[in-house]
Write a protein that binds this ligand. Structure first.
Ligand code: 5U1
Length: 443
């Protein structure tokens, strides 16, 4: 009667309807209450345990959690520079065959170390400074995708530390923020902050309500397990054990050498905004573990891996003013005039605040430091204010009662969020936008 937890939580296609999952979960609870001897440590009912903590205990990592060297170059140079470095370090002559690489996504979340002893999850820790992190086991146990017990054909490894990223899917993030708003609670500026806040939540019952996900991408301490000889093989093996591994990965092999990495960077870059979660780049790794060992590390970064980042989609800047734009239908949009900032590959000087309600919700005022987001071709937007309270009083923004362009009355219909200019084609702004609309290719 165990609910189909793995299918429900690990596979991207959630094939079990919520109501059916809840019914099975309830049935399991009833059964375990009647027969406590059947309650196992890895039962889905045992995910939210423990009490509110006063703080997190420190955890010394058995194997340091390294960081990764970052390249922000163009498509070709990032991969080619990495390949050239690897070949130089390995003293490979030009006529020797190309090195095989694994390429995967760089998730925008929080690095976590999961420690399994004899196949059972015993500890989860944050990266911290790489040597010492914090014990967040209680909260990590609430992530349905993370197996409490590994699936192993043979005897489970004595110790298996799995490293990966805890993140929040975009749809889960939107739903969480909608719920927070409904309850009048604070909303989160982006999925990464929401995920980080949930992992460091002292009350595991609250953490359990935050929809977190996880992808495995590496190992820490290992005892009593024959590690597969390639990184891609390792990820396959972790997936077989029931750990979530992202399917968006490839192995660049054969004569094309680093060209395969360039193609991966390009292809993922084009689909970045359609992925169900945020990424900030892709990661290239030498696929052979033997070569990885020969390459070793420099200053806490392995020589066998590199993160090739995309232009950041979020940046900090300052609000220099709030202007009103009048659109084709007369809609008045408050637009933040910003100190110019390079974000999403372009210099942004304006960002939409959508409407008065969004502006109030985000509490953006002139002089504030804000996070600006520009993803793909989407209009740049202010996602939230950061930092301390304002040094001096700044009045709340008010919508004008007359159109700033034509002076006509501004109205807001009952139940609408938008303010509108009533000038119609008398309004020069509406006339201009109407003409542009009329003359566009698709019109
Ligand atoms: N996908 C992936 N992300 N990521 C982050 N792999 C990966 N590996 C990392 C990091 C910091 O570090 C190892 C190369 C040590």
């Amino acid at each position: 009667v165990h609910p189909p937890t793995e299918q429900y939580c690990v596979l991207e296609a959630r094939q079990t309807p919520d109501a059916e999952y809840d019914r099975l979960f309830q049935a399991l609870h009833v059964l375990e209450d009647a027969h406590p001897e059947l309650r196992t440590a890895d039962s889905p009912t045992q995910r939210v345990l423990g009490k509110v903590l006063e703080g997190f205990s420190p955890v010394r990592h058995a194997v340091p959690m390294l960081s990764i060297r970052t390249e922000t170059d163009t498509e070709a140079t990032g991969a080619e520079a990495f390949d050239a470095r690897v070949r130089r370090e390995l003293c490979l002559a030009e006529d020797l065959p190309p090195v095989e690489y694994a390429a995967e996504l760089k998730f925008d979340g929080l690095a976590i170390n999961l420690r399994y002893e004899v196949g059972v999850l015993v500890q989860a820790a944050t990266r911290g400074d790489g040597e010492q992190g914090e014990d967040v086991t209680q909260n990590i146990r609430t992530i349905g995708q993370i197996p409490l017990k590994l699936k192993c054909h043979d005897a489970p490894p004595a110790v298996l530390e799995v490293r990966g990223e805890v993140y929040m899917r975009r749809d889960d993030f939107e739903a969480l923020n909608a719920r927070q708003r409904e309850h009048g609670d604070k909303t989160f500026v982006n999925p990464r902050n929401a995920a980080a806040g949930a992992v460091r939540q002292l009350d595991p019952a609250i953490a359990a309500k935050r929809p977190l996900s996880f992808f495995a991408y590496g190992l820490g301490d290992v005892q009593g397990w024959a590690v597969p000889p390639t990184h891609s093989g390792l990820l396959d093996a972790l997936a077989e054990m029931g750990l979530p591994v992202c399917a968006e990965r490839t192995v660049a092999r054969g004569a094309s050498g680093p060209q395969g990495l360039v193609a991966f960077h390009q292809a993922i870059g084009q689909r970045r905004d359609q992925l169900p979660f945020d990424i900030d780049g892709v990661v290239y790794k030498v696929n052979s573990r033997e070569l990885q060992e020969r390459l070793g590390f420099v200053t806490r970064e392995p020589r066998w891996a590199v993160a090739h980042k995309y232009p950041a989609q979020e940046q900090l800047t300052q609000v220099e003013g709030i202007d009103i734009q009048v659109g084709r239908t007369g809609k008045l949009t408050p637009v933040a005039r910003l100190k110019p900032v390079f974000v999403g590959g372009v210099t942004v000087t304006n960002a939409t605040l959508h409407n008065l309600f969004e502006l109030r919700r985000k509490r953006a005022r002139v002089g504030d430091t804000v996070i600006v987001r520009r993803a793909g071709d989407v209009i740049p937007e202010v996602v939230g204010v950061v930092g301390e309270a304002r040094a001096s009083y700044v009045p709340n923004f008010r919508m004008p009662s007359n159109c700033p362009v034509c002076g006509s009355t501004v109205v807001r219909e009952r139940g609408e969020v938008d303010h509108r200019c009533t000038g119609g084609l008398f309004c020069a702004a509406q006339r201009k936008q109407a003409l542009l609309h009329f003359a566009q290719r698709r019109a």
